[in-house]
Design a protein around this ligand. Sequence first.
Ligand SMILES: Cc1cc2nc3c(=O)[nH]c(=O)nc-3n(C[C@H](O)[C@H](O)[C@H](O)COP(=O)(O)OP(=O)(O)OC[C@H]3O[C@@H](n4cnc5c(N)ncnc54)[C@H](O)[C@@H]3O)c2cc1C
Ligand code: SF4
Length: 454
Amino acid sequence: MADKNVQDNSRLFFEGPDDSLSPREAIAEAKRCLNCKTPSCRTGCPIENEIPQFIAALAKGNVGEASSIIARRSNLPAVCGRVCPHEHQCEGACVLAKKGKGIRIGKLEQFVADFDAEMELTTPIPPSTFIGRVAVIGSGPAGLTVAGDLAKMGYSVVVFENQTEPGGVLMYGIPDFRLKKDVVRREIRRIERLGVKFNNEILVGPDITIDELFADGYDAIFIGTGTALPRTLDVPGKDLPGVLQATYFLQMVALARSGQVDRKEVPVQLGDNVIVIGAGNVGMDAARTAIRLGARATIVYHRTEKEMTALPSEYQQAREEGVEFVWLASTRQFLGKDKLTGLEYEVMEISSSQTLTGTGRREQLKADKVILAIGQRPAARIVSTTRGIQVNDKGYVITKDRPYGMTTRRGVFAGGDVVHEPATVVLAMKEAKKVAQGIAMYIEAKKLLEDCGV
Ligand SMILES: Cc1cc2nc3c(=O)[nH]c(=O)nc-3n(C[C@H](O)[C@H](O)[C@H](O)COP(=O)(O)OP(=O)(O)OC[C@H]3O[C@@H](n4cnc5c(N)ncnc54)[C@H](O)[C@@H]3O)c2cc1C
Ligand code: SF4
C-alpha cells in the first residue's frame, strides 16, 4: 500500500547516528569532572562503576587505564554507554547536573570502550586456575555478566543460547540505530577471550534438560532466559493477519539486517499505516523502527503522557522522528474481515481520584499493521522439563538470598528479567553480578564438602 506522499525512509534501515565523542572531546569532557570526595555518580550507577577513577585516567589521556578500571565492574561498557537510562542513574546523580550541565558519563564510557577495542589497548586474560564448571542458559546481559564474572574468577563457563547469535535483547530487541550489533559482537568476543564457550541454537528444555546438564558434570547452572513470551490483548480480532508482537517485529528487522531473512519477510512495508499499542521503551523502539522502514507510526496508549513508562529522551526522539500519539485510548477491537484494516478504541478519562474509567465513546483508526508492545513474561520451557524449580503465579523464577540467586533446586541459579520482571540492561547485570558471587560461594562449599568426603 505504497503512498507517494510517504517519504521512503527505508535507506535508514542500514544507518544509525554516529554520536561518538572524538578523543579531544572526550578528554575535554573528562577534565570537567570535579572528582568529588563523595561521588554521587557512583551511587547512581546500579553496578557501582568506578566512575570518578576512570574519568580521572581519561582526563590524563590514559584510555587503557580507564578501560581497565571500568572492566573491574562491567563486562558490557560499550553497551551500557549507549543504552543505559543515564539521566536516571549516574548522570542524573552527578553534582554538576544540578547546575544544568552534568558530566556526559555514558558518552565517556562509550568512548573508552570503543577506543580500547579499536586500538586494542587492553586484552582480557583468562585466569590459569580452574575452580569448577558452570553452564549458563541464555546470553542476554544477565547470562553474559554471570559468564564474564565467573570466568574472571577461574570457572570454566559454557553458555547455551537458543538463537543463532548470543546477546539476547541486545542482539534481537534493541534496534540497530540505538545499539549497533557489531558493538554487541565485540563485547561478546572479549568475554570469549576470557575462556567462555558459546553453544548457540540450543533450546534448553526441549534440546537438553537441566538434569542432562548436571549429568554432564556441571557444578552449577544459571538460568538467564529473560521474558520470551509476549503478552497478548484479548479483544475481538486479535488473531487477524496484521496483528503482530513488537518483539517478533524487532527480531525480524534484526534478522533481515544481518541477512538471515529476506527484507520482504519483515512484516512492515513502505507506506504502511502502523499502530503501536503501548508507550514504554519497547513501543518507542517499534514505532521508530517502523518509521525507518518508511511506514507511518502512531502510538496508542490507554493512559496519559505523564504516566507512560518510556524514558523522556526516547519519547522526545520518537516525536522528533514523526511518531504520533493518541492518549487515553483503550483498544476494544481490531477491525477487518480477512486481514486487519484498523482498530477501535474507547476514549478513557481519569477522575479526580486518578481512577481510569471508560467514557463509552468509541473511535476508530485505520491500520495496516498493529504492533503490540504491552509487556512480556517468562516461558516455561525449562521449569516444565525438570523438577524442583518453583515459579510465582506470573511464571517468574523464585530465588533465595543465600546463596544469592539460588532457585528452589540446589545448584540451579537464576537472574535477570526471568526473576525480577522486565527491567533494564544494567539492572539485569546488577543482579547477575550478585548471583555470580552466589554461584562461586555455592561451588566452593560443594567442593569443600566433597574434599571432606561428605
Ligand atoms: C525492544 C527492547 C528495547 C529495550 N531497550 C532497552 C534500553 O534501551 N535500555 C535498557 O537498559 N534496557 C532495555 N530493554 C530491556 C533490557 O534489554 C532487558 O531488561 C535485558 O535484556 C534483560 O536481560 P536478560 O539477560 O535477563 O534477558 P534477555 O536479554 O531477554 O536474554 C535472554 C536470552 O535467553 C535466551 N533463551 C531463552 N530461553 C532459552 C532456552 N530455553 N535455552 C537457551 N536460551 C534461551 C534468549 O534467546 C535470549 O538470548 C529493552 C528491551 C526490549 C525488548
Ligand atoms: S558526581 Fe559528577 S563531577 Fe562528581 S565525580 Fe561524579 S561525574 Fe565527576
